[in-house]
Design a protein around this ligand. Sequence first.
Ligand code: OOG
Ligand code: MG
Length: 263
Amino acid sequence: MSNLSRQQIEQLAEHCENAELQAYEITKITNDFPDMTYRDAFDIQWEIRRRKEARGHKIVGMKMGLTSWAKMKQMGVEHPCYGFLADYFAVPDGGDIKHDELIHPKIEAELAFVTKAPLKGPGIHIGDVLRATDFVMPAVEVIDSRYKDFKFDLKSVIADNSSSSRFIAGGTMAKPEDLDLKNLGVVMEVNGQVVELGAGAAVLGHPASSVAMLANMLAERDEEIPAGTYIMIGAITAAVQVNKGDSFCVRYQGLGSVSGRFV
Ligand code: OOG
Ligand code: MG
């Protein structure tokens, strides 16, 4: 069900995207549009995606968000969401992230799945995901909600592309059958100090269930996950706020590490 007109969807997409591109805060959009539906929120996100592609950007992956209790508790939102990743979000492992291009960035320890076969919901389960997975690799996401003080509700965050802003893929890749995904340990360090730690099972009980949920959520729009898609499963631990000058390293059991620096 939608309560917003096409024109309102387009205006809100421009409003949220401008805040992203020019790194300024906005108030959460449900304040002004309390009747907005989930359908409207996703329509705004998909319109932002369309705008970027129209300007020549490539969509290079998808992400799930709010998939661990640590994140849901931190943000006060109790249902996962998804977003897309554009080409210019990608930062090389060990690279610099320009803090001035962002509002109030936080980092998240994640894993990424890369598919080798399409996944089309509804009804996708962990088994389907594992069969369709080419490899798994470490990832760090830099989230940057455009909303003031990082405070939002689920509809507002979906419209804001689920706070997506930068991501780093690194470490080593492995076949899912060679990993114990539920027990896979993760340690996040900022400036050499351990700040968060967790294990794969923190994400919906099993990291692959996050990818299954993405396929099933996309099915509501008659969309699928094509073969060759890079998908981040959502933060395993709470997100950690970072300042200019901070460096980080996230270590993944048996899969190496991902690092970077805010300059
Ligand atoms: C929403 C995005 C959350 C994750 O991995 O849980 C997310 C937010 O917390 O701003 O990317
Ligand atoms: Mg994330």
